[in-house]
Design a binder for this molecule. Sequence first.
Ligand SMILES: *[C@@H]1O[C@H](CO)[C@@H](O)[C@H](O)[C@H]1NC(C)=O
Length: 642
Amino acid sequence: MQLPHNAPAALLATLLAAPQLASAFYLPGVAPTSYKPGDDVPLYVNSIRPVAAPQDARLHSVVSYDYYHPAFQFCKPEGGPKYVSESLGSILFGDRIMTSPFDLKMGQNETCKSLCAVKYQEKSVEFVTTRIEQGYSLNWLVDGLPAGQQIQDQLTGTTFYSPGFLLGQDDEASNIIFNNHYEIWVEYHEVNKNPNQLRVVGVVVQPSSKKYEGDADCGDNHQSLIFAHGGGPQDVKFSYSVYWVKSPTAWATRWDKYLHVFDPKIHWFWLVDTAIIVVILVLTVMSILVRTLKKDIARYNRLDQINLDDLSGTSVLEDGVQEDSGWKLVHGDVFRSPSRPLLLSVLLGNGAQLFVMTGFTILFALLGFLSPSNRGSLGSISIILYTILGIVGGYVSARTYKSMGGEQWKVNIALTPLLVPGIVFTAFFLLNLFLWAKQSSGAVPFTTMLVIVGIWFVISIPLSFTGSWLGFKAVQIEAPVRTNQIPRQIPPVTTYLKPIPSMLIVGLLPFGAIFVELYFIMSSIWFSRIYYMFGFLFLCYGLMIAVCGAVTILMTYFLLCAENYNWQWRSFLAAGMSGGYVFLNCLLYLITKVKLGGFAGVVLYIGYSALISFLFFILAGTIGYFSSWWFVRKIYSSIKID
Ligand SMILES: *[C@@H]1O[C@H](CO)[C@@H](O)[C@H](O)[C@H]1NC(C)=O
């Protein structure tokens, strides 16, 4: 990996992005396996997934398939393929790992082994041809390492392994050719120069296409197998070779080659740029705000003093009141409960739950618990955390609702663990129906769905109830100033403080803080690239929180100065608008990087994007609300009110 030129950034880079950090910690279950020469090394097959199509580098599909989907007709092991056990997280993210017929013996080269012979009927040819055009690739695992293709980065000149290899490709004459021969290159490492302790440290597969007339002899003089739309049936014989190459790479660093940073410099420049801009912005705004507030508070308290003097002297009563202006005027309304306190408190509870979950997940990732060799660990950890943190959601929701003077506490307790998870689950379920219909391996099996519902009802909901109970039992958070009986009239506000413009402005800034990282996350979601730059992500999350808090506070200040006291919903929605920008960004990505053919693909893409954006909306909204809440309490408790 290349580091930027300046030293502090370089230090940061090594601290934050070092993949070594990830390999220093391993959870049980991913301990190294040592083999003796001649030992069987299992090769497992994972789902067949779309990656960027070779012709235009765009994503053409979002549907993945089982390796043994009948239309592909890949050779099966004797006795049929079996599932290899997997974590919940892997299953949710569409990993389906199964046994294969490939026979790999540690350290023993095989120059040519033939597998099965298959006749592809016209329908299968059609299906496979379309998948090749869409850039589907095969995903194999050898000793937990993905079989990759060696790729050279045009920009930096470094080589790296990109997981997966193509099902087929175009030849020079733009014919579509199907790969039926695999050259498997396995790198192994001798532990302590002991020839009986060998470990797999790298796997590369070079697929090729060979139209065998007679036996599968793996020779170089064969023509390619051309698959065409409307072409007749095809006879295909599968074959493979295995080459074992000794490597100096140690087991602990075997993932480094896979964790390639595309444009590390650009990534760093972007991040450092955003960070500097954000920090300067936040600091400037905050210092101006603090100075203004100090002046305001001093003025208000001085006015009070004058009023008192006046009272003791002559009988001028209303003069001082007239001099009051700005945010002090709404002191009798600023802690009035917002409209729909129930909905707001439920959203805030869920937002707090997401906030803590995201923080912990990134932290775990940073400590290396979610290294890519722990397949599906990201999904599993987030689900476990989300379930346990139901208690936080319940507590925050209940406590907020109580402080807003809400009375339907039973409804609040019930809705907190049901509303948002219910929406997410329903959307997830409906999207899954599309995957089922497409016979995709990404479809979550019905039993797993039941497990999720089970976890939700048996663990998460009771924990949320416990949290709610604690929240309602806790002392009520008292407002620092009394609320008047009769609500004040809200004067009309200037354009930029109107709900929609203020949302558009406020939401843009937190989105700006995460924009760069979002790009990388999206390419890892949709292009199956391994995402591991959790250091960057951690930094971005911090920046996002800071920006979100700062701009929402600023908006609240202007709002209160304009004598508008509806800050609760306004701050939630304005900060949450960054979720809207995330969604817009996903749509932009759809237009520029993705070229989905079918209706189902577009629905799936938009559906998942909307789901993620919705969760982000709640998360950002909650950060905005609580920052404003803290700010409002702070300023109104520092002025004297008679
Ligand atoms: C296997 O083949 C590779 C490539 O030809 C060669 O470098 C290696 O030494 C061979 N290994 C053995 C054990 O013969």
